[in-house]
Ligand binder design. Structure first.
Ligand SMILES: [Ca+2]
Ligand SMILES: [Ca+2]
Ligand SMILES: [Ca+2]
Length: 505
């Protein structure tokens, strides 16, 4: 009958397996702190089944939308990976049509065609996931709140580390690339295995400053910014390509650079671009930085546009609606760090100046969105001007957050935050909350200072929430796995980076 399908009522599935007279084999009444429940033995799981036709009396169609409410007491004994709380099986067959799987801890179970339409309850994140045949789709995830930050992994690095880049290679895994100081053993790539970063590949680099991961179609690339010349006096940065066969990154293209600090990769109108910041050539800081365009015919990056920069440190690409922007952080023009950093807008085939903002040894731009608001944060590293009397402290200065004013079509100052030779901002969110973490590197006396997580508090702006002891903090990266959210920070002063875990409630 079809009419009965319009009036589906809640069903007590458990009562179907509990006869009124006596309990079935493998089942007993259990009482904990005044709450009574059934304990089911796993030795004879099928014994507690019943025909689904007993549920679908007035309607023989399986509903398109349904919910299953399970009240489960978690025992300390970990459940087996292939254990289900509840399954709907095809008749006279062992194939699972709908399954509710219970996982206590550990990594996310596989999701292939075999697990399709099965649920997975992740107890540690209080999340329910549905397998669509290839990936787990979040069904209901409890909104998380950042409670505190915990030291999670001490990552001993090859040498002092400048930038770090965390990225995921589809079907391979999560990786982190560190830009290390010394040429040998080089800069390292780590793979996330069993909840830890473990060494995966070393690549010789020349005072590497940063890594950038990007893809073009199915091709996977990783570009390094080399700050120094090689042994033969040649100066270049390198784009590496992921070899699926070797499962390693291999050299793909060398590009002549001048004390390169940073790469940025982006796509405009279907074309891939790669921009390098050239910091200085010899003692001259006023040189061109270069934007390269991917030529699909040759499979190489070719110069597309040069932009004059002054001791440039960072490129940041972002889009607002249909418009593409590229911001450069200028550090030093040879006499002063109090100089303009520029934001460019893509108009008719090239980047043109959009807005200039006075910065103080700017080392990083970070763009982020909160709701429909767009912000741009600058990390100011030091305030120095050879023509002016020295300030009491070159490093304890404000870094600023700007907000896009749609009407004025420009970024306007939103908030100043006192920082200590700030080198990086990283934006991240936990549940509905937004955060910014700053890399404070030096206060004029010591490199051992606190870096700070600021929490977005609306009208109050960003408010300091967590103080994290760091040493020569250079770069922050936020990343997420099925087990939770993490921050990775690199130290430019000691061969030790750290993974911190965001503990949530
Ligand atoms: Ca950048
Ligand atoms: Ca940043
Ligand atoms: Ca960063």
């Amino acid at each position: 009958g079809w009419d009965g399908c319009l009036y589906l009522r809640p069903l007590d599935i458990l009562s179907e397996v509990v006869p009124t007279t006596r309990l079935a084999h493998g089942m007993r009444v259990f009482q904990v702190e005044g709450v009574r429940g059934f304990q089911l033995a796993t030795s004879r799981p099928r014994a507690l089944g019943f025909p689904a036709s007993r549920l679908f009396i007035h309607c023989d169609r399986f509903p398109e939308e349904f919910s299953i409410i399970v009240t489960l007491r978690v025992l300390s004994v970990p459940a087996k990976r292939n254990e289900y709380v509840f399954t709907l099986m095809a008749e006279e067959s062992s194939s699972v049509l709908v399954g509710l799987r219970y996982v206590t801890l550990g990594s996310r179970p596989p999701c292939t065609k075999q697990e399709k339409a099965q649920f997975w309850f992740n107890a540690s994140r209080r999340g329910l996931y549905l397998c669509n045949g290839s990936t787990w789709i979040s069904m209901l995830e409890a909104k998380q709140r950042l409670d505190y930050v915990e030291e999670y992994q001490n990552l001993e690095t090859n040498s002092e580390t400048m930038g770090v880049e965390v990225f995921t290679i589809p079907k391979v895994g999560l990786f982190a690339a560190t830009a290390n100081r010394y040429t040998l053993p080089g800069s390292a790539i780590y793979k996330w295995i069993d909840g830890k970063f473990v060494p995966y590949q070393n690549i010789p680099t020349y005072q590497a400053q940063s890594w950038k991961y990007f893809t073009i179609g199915k091709k996977i690339f990783l570009a390094v910014a080399n700050f120094e010349q090689n042994e033969r006096g040649q100066e270049f940065s390198v784009i590496y390509k992921w070899s699926r066969r070797k499962e390693k990154f291999i050299t793909y293209q060398r590009i002549t650079t001048h004390s390169a600090r940073d790469w940025e990769a982006f796509v405009i109108e279907g074309e891939t671009f790669l921009a390098v910041v050239n910091h200085r050539e010899g003692n001259n800081h006023n040189i061109d930085s270069v934007i390269y365009r991917w030529n699909p015919r040759t499979g190489l990056f070719e110069t597309n546009q040069t932009i004059p920069t002054s001791g440039a440190y960072d490129w940041e690409f972002f889009t607002i609606g249909p418009y593409s922007f590229l911001a450069v952080a200028n550090t030093f023009n040879g006499t002063s760090t109090k100089i303009y950093s520029h934001i460019y807008i893509w108009l008719s085939g090239s980047f043109q100046l959009f807005q200039s903002i006075l910065t103080f040894g700017a080392a990083d731009w970070e763009v982020f969105h909160i709701g429909d608001r767009v912000f741009l944060a600058v990390a100011n590293s030091h305030s120095y001007d050879s023509r002016m009397p020295a300030p009491s402290n070159f490093y304890a200065i404000n870094s600023s957050i700007y907000e896009l004013n749609i009407t004025a079509q420009m970024f306007v100052k939103f908030q100043d935050l006192l920082t200590y030779s700030a080198l990086d901002w990283e934006f991240f969110s936990v549940g509905d909350d937004s955060f910014l973490v700053v890399a404070n590197s030096f206060d004029g006396f010591t490199f051992s200072i606190n870096s700070i997580i600021y929490r977005w508090q609306g009208y109050e702006g960003f408010v300091a929430a967590h103080h994290l002891p760091t040493v020569g903090c250079r770069d922050w990266e936020a990343f997420h796995t099925a087990e939770g959210s993490y921050l990775l920070y690199s130290s430019a002063k000691e061969p030790l980076s750290k993974v911190l875990k965001l503990k949530t409630t």
